[in-house]
Design a protein around this ligand. Sequence first.
Ligand code: AMP
Ligand code: MG
Length: 315
Amino acid sequence: MCIIPFSKAVELLKNDQIIGLPTETVYGLAGRANSPIAIQKIYTLKNRPAQNPLIIHISSAESLAEYLLEPIETLASLSSLFWPGPLTLVVPIKPHTIPTIGRAGLSTAAFRVPLLETTRALIRETGPLVAPSANISGKPSATKPEHIEADFGIDFPILETDETAALLGLESTILIYQQGRWVAGRLGAIPLARFQPILGYVPSIGDVKTALCPGQLFRHYAPDAHLTLSEEGWDESSCELYDIVVGFPERTYRGAKNIIHWGSELSPEKCAHELYTILREVDKQKQAKVFWDIRFSSNEDWNAILDRLKKASSR
Ligand code: AMP
Ligand code: MG
């Protein structure tokens, strides 16, 4: 594993190189946002479709002002409450402020202020960074340095941090500003109901067909394993038909050959944290048939997890 100190990370980024970057959501693959060369390297490394735009990571809410096409009334309250943190805001921008390649030619761009102090300190040194998840496109996101190594090799540089990286284990929630309102482009680490007190409404989740959020068009989080999600029709006897059962430690899975215990059924936070590690684990047994227990309480905190699992199980 190639863990690099802060000074080396600054040097590499300034030379248009790409590094693995810890954030509080998942690990990112970072390059300078104002370098089309670095951005192209990220698309190539990840094998990411060019139509899938990137998120610009900035070091403070104040620095958003230079990009904005026009003032947005609710922006200050959203950013003061949720930044730094796992919220991405998509807003109309002055086009010359972000290279076309980083925003897939759109007239808008996505921004967030990451929570880890190390990451923000790096951005202050290098300027804004794009940092999509550090995985090959279509594979589970990286939540450990080992995941980056598995996808990009043992020599791939990863920034050292003494903070807890990828604590959340889920990507940011994306809100898109459209016609005076915010709509959700992606479910993520912040449940949508948390925006009600500020906005006076819960942002609705965009319709995939209208391509509100281009990333929704691509298949995400696809393991090699075949996932079957257990919803209402749970029948304990079906466990024995599968190679692996992923379930809660509090429950029994009679007849299961191999059980992977997820976090507690009372802890969506712990389950989110483990999600991509387990998806990668079941992938190691190529083509394994996996039965995944998703009999959650109806608590909104599980929605983003369910969204990822549904994407992972669709073929
Ligand atoms: P990630 O792949 O986690 O870096 O997240 C990037 C996501 O942000 C993509 O799936 C995009 O669809 C979304 N996104 C980025 N920029 C825009 C934009 N200008 N308009 C709509 N969605 C965007
Ligand atoms: Mg990703």
